[in-house]
Write a protein that binds this ligand. Structure first.
Ligand SMILES: [Zn+2]
Length: 472
């Protein structure tokens, strides 16, 4: 049997066309499986137990998550290049949010459940985090996602992503409308597909789209590739290079770093342009008044700001330090933009910090949905200035957690033996932890109290799903 299987795999590998067809067939098979799981689960839920279904909202909702978009790189936040002229000018409520996780997988699941990763469970298993499919855990079966709730209220739902790991933790919990591997779809391709889908029906709709342009490989169209200056064609300029600490010095490294950031900024300018085009479509279709548009990110990206501190203090099984995301919780990785645009909400840049777990409860409130669900997040218009905000669920190395409270921030990694508190007002670049044991233990205590609330959520009691066919 093993031999036959091997020969079939060999034949498929040898013939590009067969290989392509096999890939499509496999994708179709998975799409059908995922759809079936979604609909069979939905059938078993009695929405009246936790939703007031007599009130049917009709406001459309679109969430655009720009993968790897760090808050500090937007020009409305004072970045030196005009990377985001459209987002600078868009009418809406603008916040800086702490993402719930430093990488895609747990972070997207948080956006669509309103829960922290330790509550929804869509995280990597194991003490040392490594990127193997077998370590990927799905979100808990007894939770409800935003697309499920809105589907139950009569919405059409859409989930499109250029980053496949955005979809994995939510398998069977969203209808996969468009899904590809890492960075495979451009912003324009995804948004074009979304436009077609929107044009098909007059029912209220919910759409979630994960744009992958800023995630490696960076490959903006030629018209944007050299937008702020010509990017040198250096080795791995579209990916990451100089990943090991001992390589990160000298002229070659400086040249790479400058060009890598330039390529990121040029690509961001393209993403901004694509969102502007999409927004024009909403205007031309007369959908602005009836649609809440949310633009955010799942996490940021590091450009070597903390390479030295990381290499000295944190274990990474890859031996890579200072670049990308998933490996640590410094601000360039966890601070993301959060923009809500709809004519009936304030046109204002808010100073208070919020979280990406606030998106779901805020949407349900804007739609006027009466529900009995509990969230870790809050309606962000009602949240207080100095809330404790958590980022957790590492993608590489030991678990790391960040707890931000006003001007102070704790970075905690038990197995790296790290508990640092930074005063962000005096040390915005997070380079000099405060040496005050009492203060540190206060913050660690607060973190433990937040984590101990796990399981207190009443969702398990509220959603009485039938046992059969439900993935627990
Ligand atoms: Zn991501």
């Amino acid at each position: 049997m093993g031999n036959i299987k091997r020969s079939v795999v060999d034949i498929i590998k040898k013939h590009a066309l067969i290989h392509k067809m096999a890939r499509y067939a496999y994708k179709d098979y998975n799409d059908i499986k995922n759809r079936r799981e979604f609909y069979s689960r939905i059938k078993q839920i009695n929405p009246d137990e936790y939703l007031d279904t007599s009130n049917k909202p009709d406001l459309n909702v679109i969430i655009l998550t720009v993968d790897c978009l760090r808050d500090s790189q937007l020009s409305y936040n004072g970045y030196f290049r005009e990377t985001t002229p459209f987002l600078d000018s868009i009418r809406g409520s603008k916040f800086t949010a702490i993402s719930s996780a430093p990488w895609t997988y747990p972070s997207v699941a948080s956006i669509l459940t309103g829960l922290y990763p330790h509550t929804h469970g869509g995280i990597l298993s194991g003490k040392v985090k490594e990127f193997y499919l077998k370590n990927f855990m799905k979100i808990k079966g007894n939770l409800l996602t935003l697309p499920e709730i809105l589907f139950l209220l009569g919405y059409r739902t859409y989930f499109g992503t250029a980053i496949d790991v955005a979809f994995y933790p939510l398998r069977g919990r969203v209808v996969p409308s468009k899904q590809k591997g890492i960075g495979d779809y451009s912003a324009e391709e995804l948004l074009e597909d979304l436009k077609k889908w929107i044009s098909k029906s007059d029912k209220p709709f919910f759409a979630y789209v994960q744009l992958g342009d800023l995630h490696e490989p960076l490959n903006p169209p030629n018209s944007f590739r050299n937008f702020f200056g010509e990017v040198k064609n250096l080795h791995n300029i579209d990916l990451w290079d100089f990943r090991r600490r001992e390589e990160q010095r000298g002229k070659k490294f400086q040249e790479y770093k400058e060009n890598r950031i330039l390529l990121y900024d040029n690509t961001l300018r393209y993403v901004d342009y694509s969102i502007e085009q999409f927004h024009s479509f909403l205007e031309d279709s007369g959908l602005i008044d009836s649609t809440v548009l949310i633009i955010t990110a799942d996490h940021g990206d590091e450009f070597w700001e903390h390479a030295e501190l990381e290499a000295k203090n944190f274990y990474d099984p890859r031996g890579f330090y200072g670049e990308g995301h998933g490996h640590n919780v410094f601000n360039e990785i966890i601070e993301v933009p959060l923009i809500l645009s709809w004519p009936k909400i304030p046109n204002k840049r808010y100073g208070k910090l919020v979280s990406t777990i606030d998106i779901m409860p805020t949407i349900l409130d804007l739609l006027g949905v009466n529900h009995k669900l509990s969230f870790d997040g809050l309606n962000l218009f009602e949240s207080k200035e100095k809330r404790a905000l958590l980022n957790e669920a590492a993608g590489f190395g030991y678990e790391k957690k960040a707890l931000v409270i006003g001007r102070f921030k704790l970075i905690y990694s038990k197995h790296d033996d790290i508990a640092w508190v930074f005063d962000l007002e005096k040390d915005s670049e997070e380079q000099n932890p405060i040496r005050d044991e009492e203060l540190v233990s206060m913050f660690v205590d607060k973190l433990n109290r937040i984590l101990a609330k796990r399981g207190k959520l009443k969702i398990r009691e509220i959603i009485k799903l039938k046992e059969s066919g439900i993935n627990k």
